[in-house]
Design a protein around this ligand. Structure first.
Ligand code: BGC
Length: 726
């Protein structure tokens, strides 16, 4: 640092081109690239818009799929593999994980995010960061923050209150920064309560660095900087992509004019130098990867990401000795990842129908419809289904129906697909639907289907994974990370999405996802956390430590096949002083593969901070004292065992002033005593309940102390009451 001129330091803080930083003095150029479910290392020069082809890389399941595994260990292993590939391709920082909350099912980029729940998102995002960084490659936690829609994303302001901001939208970021130490954080395009994320001093400095202790580099999302000087002052270190050095000159000039403190430029330059040091070991260790091994891991991860939504009459797994009619173009032209910056050029691609043929006996294939939704050969598909012992129908959304850059305006499956499905159901009662999609779909029209696999987006090995689950080589253990609503009109942000005139009001507050459906007691098609298995599990012996930091439960495989269970721990706090969802997920764990009859005692650790609410009066996290219900369930709507625990909680002392109400004053012991002393001399406070025919204390409890002067109390008395509260 001491050898660098101001111009050098400014130069370090903006990219040389689309994907690299500048080499300055002994600081090498660094390469950053997408992320998050595969390495998108652009082929050819990196000085153009980054829209060209990319090197082949393993396409692992995007977050919408991988998240459904609920398995941090699996995500960690995927992260390691991604890190190895990034290193082999000379990439220093992989741009992920994406940990924004899925606020609305229409969000165009939901496929890149894990969940509607901050605990699932935080735990899995942290595992991804640890996995990648264990290989010497950096990560970029994105998109910080409140980037929950694509519509107008480069201008729109996410207008949100403090509680939902802290409890829902920042919780995963905070957990990952504190527990997994990502080397970079990417600030988002949007504004937050009116201020661009890239220029938001509170977000990038007071919260991220001062409160959470972040010691890495803040990089802009690509093109997110509107004013570099203001951004550097707010806490931005690296502007990407570079703008040919023009903003470096602005930074130098602003320091000269006294408009920008040079210390901010130093901080930014130091962050780039530190990042170069952190990634140095990885840069020197560019060993080749084994694509076959990574493909096998991609298949394992994909199979673990599939959710068995429904399985009436034990239709699944299929018997390989019986014939199957596979229908739907997605079985031949798989939809396996989302469109946009995360798009990976896969090393190979499993075709579902080929993989089904490899495991099954007699298998026919008919397109039925094209991937764009237009009809193909429906009559032939119905005939093939009728002639076979069972039908497997692939339904879903094509790549151009959902992608980065725009939101959906509905959550329906194409009509043509539903019509074909109904015709097949008439002809073949043994029909299994496999769903491929990035965002939530309305599934009420599939009520008559006996078996449904939710294959979300599964990456390049998804075809093999679907075959594995259809034939029972993998017993499904995926769980939904998002609620499937009965109708779009039931969703929490229905009236506030995607906002208007570049403002989105987060009017549903803390009631996001299942928190909303549960609080409103709305029916849902499939609840958050739902997912079936080919075996069954029993939960017993729930024990919670006195401080609620450890929840133990015994899980027994009570069925006839080996399988994994996901233990979900929810808490609730009845009669809370603040508004709360009826239950909130606070921890989870996946069992090992349990043989029939086998048991495992699973310990789930809860973080005390996760029991807290954000108290807007004191601007702090508060664990409310009192009784908490601890619930272990198979979804947010299927609670199996319950117990309670009494917690001491935190003391919130709200300073008493003339704006405090009489009721608040009475809750403060010293002030209450003073009030009692004075009450005898005050006609209103000493009046019996009969005087006005009401409970006097309740009636006057909302009067602020400063106004008591009009009700027979002297100004001196009021001052004495307030003084007692100091
Ligand atoms: C996306 C980021 C991505 C970046 C670089 C942006 O448009 O929002 O997620 O990492 O481009 O491709």
């Amino acid at each position: 640092m001491s050898e660098l001129e101001l111009t050098d330091k400014a130069a370090l803080g903006s990219g040389a081109d689309f994907w690299t930083t500048k080499a300055v003095g002994s600081v090498p150029a660094l390469t950053l690239t997408d992320g998050p479910h595969g390495v998108r290392k652009q082929t050819g020069a990196s000085d153009h818009l980054g829209l060209g082809g990319s090197e082949p890389a393993t396409c692992f399941p995007p977050a919408v799929g991988l998240g459904q595994s609920w398995d941090p260990d699996l995500v960690h292993r995927v992260g390691e593999a991604l890190g190895r590939e990034a290193r082999a391709l000379g990439v220093d920082v992989l741009l992920g994980p994406g940990v924004n909350i899925k606020r609305d099912p229409r969000g165009g980029r939901n496929f890149e995010y894990y969940s509607e729940d901050p605990i699932v998102t935080g735990r899995l995002g942290a595992a991804w960061v640890r996995g990648v960084q264990s290989t010497g490659v950096g990560t970029s936690l994105k998109h910080f923050a409140l980037n929950n829609a694509e519509h107008d994303r480069m201008r729109s302001s996410s207008d949100v209150d403090a509680r939902p901001m802290r409890e829902i939208y920042l919780r995963a970021f905070s957990h990952i920064v504190r527990s997994a130490d990502p080397w970079t954080v990417m600030c988002s395009y949007n504004r937050i309560n009116g201020t661009y994320a890239s220029e938001n001093h509170w977000l990038l400095t007071e919260l991220l660095r001062d409160e959470w202790g972040f010691d890495g580099l803040v990089v802009s999302d690509w093109g997110a900087v509107s004013d570099r000087v203001r951004a550097v002052a707010a806490g931005l270190d690296l502007q990407m992509p570079g703008r040919g050095g023009s903003t470096d000159d602005q930074v130098v000039a602003a320091v000269g004019d006294g408009e920008l403190d040079e210390a901010a430029v130093d901080r930014a330059a130091r962050a780039v130098i530190d990042l170069a040091a952190r990634t140095a070991a990885g840069r020197e260790n560019r060993t080749a990867i084994d694509p076959e091994r990574h493909h096998r891991l991609a298949r394992e991860a994909a199979a673990r990401s599939i959710v068995l939504l429904k399985n009436e009459g034990g239709l699944l797994p299929l018997d390989p000795a019986r014939s199957v009619a596979v229908v739907g173009e997605f079985a031949r032209q798989p939809r396996y990842q989302g469109g946009g910056s995360s798009h990976v050029n896969p090393t190979r691609l499993d075709v579902p129908v080929d993989e089904i043929r490899a495991l099954g006996g007699q298998v026919t294939f008919t397109g039925g419809f094209r991937t764009d939704g237009s009809p193909g050969d429906p009559a032939e598909a119905v005939r093939a289904a009728a002639d076979a012992d069972a039908a497997v129908v692939f339904l879903g959304l094509a790549a151009d129906q959902e992608s980065e850059g725009f939101d959906r305006d509905h959550i329906e499956l194409p009509d043509g697909q539903l019509e074909l499905l109904n015709d097949i159901l008439q002809a073949q009662p043994h029909t299994v639907v496999v769903l491929v999609h990035g965002g939530v779909l309305r599934l009420a029209p599939l009520d008559g289907v006996p078996a449904i696999l939710d294959a979300a987006l599964l990456g390049q090995a998804g075809g093999g994974a679907i075959a594995d689950v259809l034939y029972g080589r993998t017993n499904p253990s995926g769980r939904l990370t998002e609620t499937v609503p009965v109708r779009l009109q039931d969703t929490p942000a229905y009236l506030d999405f995607p906002g208007e005139h570049s403002h989105v009001r987060y009017g549903e507050g803390i009631y996001v996802g299942y928190r909303w459906y549960d609080a409103r007691e709305l029916d849902v098609t499939y609840p958050f956390g739902h997912g079936l298995s080919y075996t069954s599990f029993e939960h017993a012996g729930l024990v919670v430590s006195d401080d609620a930091s450890e929840v133990r439960v015994e899980v027994t495989n009570s069925g006839t096949r080996s399988g994994r269970d996901v233990v979900q721990v929810y808490t609730s706090r009845r009669d809370s002083a603040v508004r709360r969802a009826p239950r909130e997920l606070k921890g989870f764990a996946v069992t090992r593969e349990l043989e029939p009859g086998e048991s495992q005692t699973v310990t789930v650790t809860l973080d005390r901070d996760d029991l807290a609410y954000w108290d807007t009066r004191v601007g702090r996290w508060i664990v409310e004292p009192g009784e908490y219900t601890i619930e272990v369930g198979a979804s947010s709507r299927d609670i199996r065992v319950t117990t309670t625990v009494e917690l001491d909680g935190d003391d919130v002392q709200i300073p008493i002033d003339e704006n405090s109400t009489l009721g608040e004053a009475l809750a403060h012991p010293a002030v209450a005593q003073k009030l009692a002393d004075l009450a005898g001399q005050n006609p209103m406070m000493s009046a019996g309940n009969d005087a006005l025919g009401v409970d006097m204390v309740r009636m006057i409890a909302s009067i602020p102390l400063g106004r008591l002067a009009g009700f027979g109390m002297s100004a001196d008395d009021v001052a004495a009451i307030i003084a007692a509260g100091r």
